[in-house]
Design a binder for this molecule. Structure first.
Ligand code: GDP
Length: 455
């Protein structure tokens, strides 16, 4: 036979066409899924804002809330109570996901928060979150002097915005936060939005894809309901934060493309076989499917699929799933591997070209420069083997062919050589798998899109 276990062969299979036809009606009642990353400078109020959001959206029980209130009073840190909510949900989930996940629902969407903003040193987590994000919330602190600190070079406001944009995120909600500290000043709001919109336009965000919303995560003003404070209603008539999130366009789920799922975690399941979890980037998968494990080159069977701990019969692009697999030794599989369609496998390469956005650098990039490359959850050693061209920051046109070196705050085309073959897609084919991140000594020095697979 073809190695298919009998119980799987005997199972009646639903054709892909039928599944596609049913896709809409089956999920018609369900809300569109949106993966959102929260970015911004340290202390901008990200944890407070999102902790409060989860609370207001009924994601935290009264009992838990009471516990937090008592604890924070004891410590004399009442203002931290909301941030704790996020830490707690992050910790509980953090066991199996490298990025803490929390969910809430708007009118039309089921929103998954990707990130762990409760932690001060959260750049690595933010990157993992950003590579999976559909949209981003950029939180800035409106307090006088604080916005400026975050926006200056060395602050994280610009770096985070550039990072998510270079990772393909095009829609941005900008939360002008802590506006309570400046008496809800319209002038301050406009000063900040003017500075940001000039920068964001340069960073490649379309004006129509960026929405600015005045907020206070601490008082909760203008978060889930329209504002009531006279200082704000006197000049602001726009949407509240929840409406901004509800208004994001959900990206088209690439369900008709070949199946790809990146493995974020591997763990022992119940009974035979073992489990892998991750997000389905493209296509769909069903229990009984035979999948190729790349770059390993062996096939395996999907025995069962779980979404949110519930068994399901089919999973689509955009779903985060746990899959029980068999027919493969657990020793042979690693985090960062990709499960894919054996008929239309993912390209495997150790040399490729990428368009990279270079952040701040201590040492300029020259030929042979060593980096740690992140692709989805894969981490590999690589070198910059060729400097192809330096590009214009906003137009992308070639400024210089074959530069001798590349400095910080520039954009370039480079060739990268990885220490061993890895799975990669062209950004133009499957953008979810065509993004990379380059780090040196624990610092992100560049983010890039795969433009050519060389071998
Ligand atoms: P993060 O580092 O971005 O996650 O910021 P936190 O949520 O930890 O908040 C940093 C500090 O700012 C804390 O002391 C919060 O209590 C305070 N804070 C957060 N949001 C607001 C706000 O809307 N108004 C005021 N006045 N303070 C806030």
């Amino acid at each position: 036979g073809d190695g298919t276990p009998r119980e799987i062969r005997a199972r009646p299979r639903v054709s892909k066409e039928d599944i596609l036809a049913k896709y809409k009606s089956d999920r018609g009642d369900n809300k569109e899924q949106l993966h959102m990353v929260v970015i911004g400078h340290v202390d901008a109020g990200k944890s407070t804002l999102m902790g409060r959001m989860l609370l207001e959206m009924g994601q935290v029980s009264k009992k838990t809330m009471h516990k937090y209130e008592q604890e924070s009073k004891k410590l004399g840190k009442q203002s931290f109570v909301y941030a704790w909510i996020l830490d707690e949900t992050g910790e509980e989930r953090g066991i199996t996901m490298d990025v803490g996940q929390s969910k809430f629902e708007t009118n039309s969407k089921s929103v998954t928060l990707l990130d762990a903003p409760g932690h001060k040193d959260f750049i690595p987590n933010m990157i993992t979150g950003a590579t999976q994000a559909d949209v981003a919330l950029l939180v800035v602190d409106a307090t006088r002097g604080e916005f400026e600190t975050g926006f200056e070079s060395g602050g994280q406001t610009r770096e985070h915005a550039l990072l998510v944009r270079s990772l393909g995120v095009s829609q941005l909600g900008v939360v002008v936060n802590k506006l309570d500290t400046v008496g809800w000043s319209q002038e301050r709001f406009e000063e900040i939005t003017a500075k940001l919109s000039a920068f964001l336009r340069q960073a490649g965000f379309k004006e129509s894809d960026v929405t600015y919303v005045p907020c206070s995560g601490l008082t909760g003003e203008n978060m889930v309901v329209k504002p009531t404070a006279a200082e704000l209603t006197s000049w602001y008539t726009g949407p509240c934060l929840l409406e901004v999130i509800d208004g994001f366009k959900t990206p088209e789920r690439p369900i008709t493309k070949p199946f790809r799922m990146s493995i974020n975690d591997i763990f022992k399941g119940m009974g035979a076989g073992f489990c892998v979890s991750g997000r389905i980037e493209t296509g769909m998968v069903q229990p009984g499917d035979r999948v190729l494990v790349s770059p390993l080159g062996e096939t395996a069977f999907i025995k069962a699929l779980l979404v949110d701990d519930m068994p399901i019969q089919v999973a689509f692009a955009g779903d985060c799933v746990s899959a029980t697999i068999s027919g493969l030794d657990q020793q042979n599989i690693s985090v960062g591997y990709i499960l894919c369609d054996p008929q239309r496998p993912i390209p495997i390469t150790s040399r490729y070209q990428a368009r990279i956005v270079i952040f701040q650098l201590k040492v300029p990039i020259t030929k042979g420069y060593s980096v740690v490359m992140h692709h989805q959850s894969l981490v590999e050693q690589a070198v910059v083997s060729k400097l192809v061209a330096q590009l214009h920051k906003s137009t992308g046109a070639i400024i210089k062919q074959k530069p001798r070196c590349l400095t910080g705050n520039t954009i370039a085309l480079v060739e990268l050589e990885v220490s061993r073959p890895i799975c990669l897609e062209l950004y133009g084919d499957i953008k979810e798998l065509g993004r990379v991140m380059l780090r040196v000594g624990g610092v992100t020095i560049a983010a890039g899109l795969v433009t050519k697979i060389i071998k």
